[in-house]
Design a protein around this ligand. Structure first.
Ligand SMILES: Nc1ncnc2c1ncn2[C@@H]1O[C@H](COP(=O)(O)OP(=O)(O)OP(=O)(O)O)[C@@H](O)[C@H]1O
Length: 362
């Protein structure tokens, strides 16, 4: 799936396959963490990534910043494949063009380094300017993320969670990257500081013209923060939607179900329950990976992964043999309940649960 704007970064048929952790040293089991990802990100764009736990969001994030080498496929920066570059060139490209913000700043920061040392480190490694210029850049970075100067000699343990995440953000920005990937950047923080950190990220993105990839379980926040939303399921990108279309014009049943369950919507839509757990990434279903939980699935879905289809809105693409038509969540809900009653999924809680879900939405 691609966007028409000149891309900053593009993935082409990118796969990440791990040896399964559970199978022991000699296990042949493989985990399909990312499968056939085609994605482009334009300069300055904010892309949100949603999906249930284990669907490959962090793997995609790590591939984008060069932390995870793909098993196959390409990761191109400005048209050049990162993984065919010479190692020194690749390290320079990764170090200077991308930045990553992790979920928990307590573990992401070295607890023995002061704020000043943490921010100087990437400048020293990539030999940016003179010593005086590096010190000036440290002060500039602290101001940029709203950290008072007096904290320069503070250690991570002496800072609040919000301050630690500001340090992590400043470090990610130290070398003026084009792309910042934030993987659940607020989920380890107190609720009271989450909005501040999100607003800071949005403000920095605007001021610095960054492209931002934002991974979160909080799909309402993803929708509000992003220009485009990517839905992942079992290692696959199953839909890319403009953020303003994702709530009521998404076409993939999985996206529709995920967003229909969002609390706090101004105009609530009927929730479509996701029945049963996500299947194992070691043995993904044949064809469309969502078919074992999808109320629309038939034999065709078991045979082949759907090719990407472009929807009406620019940049809206999905992979589904039987996409949701228009705003028909109630209709889909009833269909799902009927289907679950007719042929219970062995992994599902059973027809009673689906019937209850129908009742609750009335
Ligand atoms: N190093 C690894 N070795 C083996 N399996 C892995 C490894 N890293 C990730 N996986 C598996 O790959 C799949 C995708 O993991 P990933 O962390 O990308 O999912 P996620 O959507 O980010 O999940 P969460 O929301 O829980 O962070 C999961 O099944 C996970 O267990």
């Amino acid at each position: 799936m691609t966007s028409s704007t000149e891309p900053l970064i593009s993935l082409t048929d990118t796969h990440v396959v791990h040896r399964a952790r559970s199978g022991g040293l000699f296990s042949r089991d493989r985990v399909y963490a990312l499968t056939g990802a085609d994605l482009t990100i334009a300069p300055g764009e904010t892309v949100g990534v949603v999906g249930e736990s284990g669907c490959g969001k962090s793997t995609l994030a790590k591939v984008l910043v060069g932390v995870q080498r793909p098993t196959s496929g390409t990761v191109a920066f400005g048209g050049r494949d990162l993984w065919t570059m010479k190692p020194a060139e690749r390290r320079a490209a990764i170090g200077t063009r991308t930045g990553m913000i992790f979920q928990d700043p307590s573990t992401a920061l070295n607890r023995r380094l002061t704020v000043r040392q943490t921010l100087r480190d990437p400048l020293d490694v990539h030999r940016r300017g003179t010593a005086a210029q590096r010190e000036a850049r440290v002060r500039e970075l602290m101001a940029l993320v709203g950290l008072p100067k007096v904290l320069a000699e503070g250690l991570p343990g002496q800072l609040s969670g919000g301050q630690r995440q500001r340090v992590a953000i400043a470090r990610a920005l130290a070398l003026e990257p084009d792309l910042v990937v934030a993987d659940e950047p607020t989920s380890a923080l107190d609720v009271s500081v989450r909005a501040q950190i999100l607003n800071l990220l949005l403000d920095l993105k605007e001021r610095l013209g960054l492209a931002l990839v934002f991974v979160s379980h909080d799909i309402q926040t993803v929708r509000r923060m992003s220009d485009r939303v990517i839905t992942m399921y079992l290692g696959r990108i199953v839909e890319e939607s403009p953020a303003d279309a994702v709530l009521d014009r998404s076409r993939h049943p999985y996206t529709r179900a995920l967003f229909s369950a969002t609390p706090g919507l101004l105009a609530p839509i009927d929730p479509i329950p996701l029945v049963g757990p996500v299947p194992s990434a070691t043995r993904p279903p044949s064809g469309c990976p969502f078919r074992t939980r999808c109320w629309k699935a038939d034999d065709v879905c078991a045979q082949a992964m759907p090719e990407p289809v472009a929807a009406e809105a620019h940049g809206h693409r999905f992979r589904c043999h039987h996409p949701v038509e228009g705003d028909r969540s109630t209709h889909d809900l009833v269909l799902q309940a009927a289907r679950t009653t007719a042929a219970p999924d062995p992994t599902a809680p059973g027809p009673a649960a689906a019937a209850t879900a129908v009742k609750e939405t009335r």
